[in-house]
Write a new protein. Structure first.
Length: 268
């Protein structure tokens, strides 16, 4: 941290302008930044509670919206069952930082700079290229049907109402990444940081748990590849918005493809 007041130069001292200093060209160390922030009292328990809310709310909504396995479930019901649990879980994560910490802005490292967002954008674009290559390889290994994500089941019937298609697009592109990053690269990362295991441990564990938590065993390896650039954005900047931007950029093309399929513009 730069002091608010610099001591005067001793008599006769001169300042040479020989170019940028070492600290100007080296990236900011997120660990050093975090060390200056107040600590929090939440940890893995908060993350486990968040995951429990996610799973239990999904089960509860499924029981309400689809009480009989043979009954027809509407597109609206499917969207509610997909979107609401994730938003609820993210809300619990934010609430944990309010009740047991310093609030989401400090605890989840939400305050950032334009440089941090640019890092997220660049890694998100790199993630698109990496994901496209990985998806092609993965589809050839497991087949087109098994390579699809769980949310693609909404499109099994082909075209859907325009409003539902737009809601799905906005969720996959913007809302879903915000909620998931709050849970994983925000709450879970902070819980690991609290144990002082190091940034690389936080990166590795959040990447692995993020992939596994989707409960899609066949796609877990592909999800690991997708999660790497997103985790690197958090690792590189130390800020959550960089990871959110990387995640949103990475999700844009899949979200757009689903929108076009749902509108009947593109074949499924």
């Amino acid at each position: 941290m730069t002091p608010l007041h610099q001591p005067d130069e001793p008599p006769g001292a001169t300042t040479a302008d020989d170019g940028p200093t070492l600290s100007a060209v080296q990236p900011t160390d997120p660990d050093e930044t975090d060390a200056e922030l107040p600590t929090h009292r939440w940890g893995f328990g908060a993350f486990l509670l968040t995951e429990a809310v996610l799973l239990l709310s999904a089960v509860f909504l499924a029981a309400i919206l689809d009480p009989h396995p043979t009954s027809t479930v509407t597109v609206g019901d499917e969207l509610v069952g997909t979107i609401v649990p994730t938003i609820l879980a993210a809300g619990v994560a934010v609430l944990a930082t309010i009740l047991r910490g310093n609030g989401p802005v400090i605890d989840l490292r939400i305050r950032c700079t334009w440089t941090d967002l640019r890092v997220g954008l660049k890694l998100g674009l790199a993630g698109i290229a990496l994901t496209l290559v990985a998806a092609v390889i993965w589809t050839r290994i497991v087949g087109a049907n098994d390579a699809n994500s769980a949310i693609n089941t909404l499109l099994d019937g082909g075209k859907m109402p325009l409003t539902a298609a737009i809601v799905m697009f906005l969720y996959v592109w913007l809302i879903g990444p915000i909620c998931e990053e709050i849970i994983f690269r925000g709450l879970l990362w902070g819980a690991i940081d609290r144990q002082q295991w190091g940034r690389w441990a936080a990166f590795g564990l959040t990447t692995a748990i993020f992939a596994a938590s989707h409960l899609e065993p066949i796609r877990t390896t592909l999800l690991l590849v997708i999660a790497i650039p997103i985790g690197l954005a958090r690792l590189r900047t130390g800020k959550l918005p960089a990871a959110i931007v990387a995640h949103q950029v990475n999700n844009f093309l899949p979200a757009l493809a689903m929108l076009l399929v749902a509108m009947g513009v593109m074949a499924n």
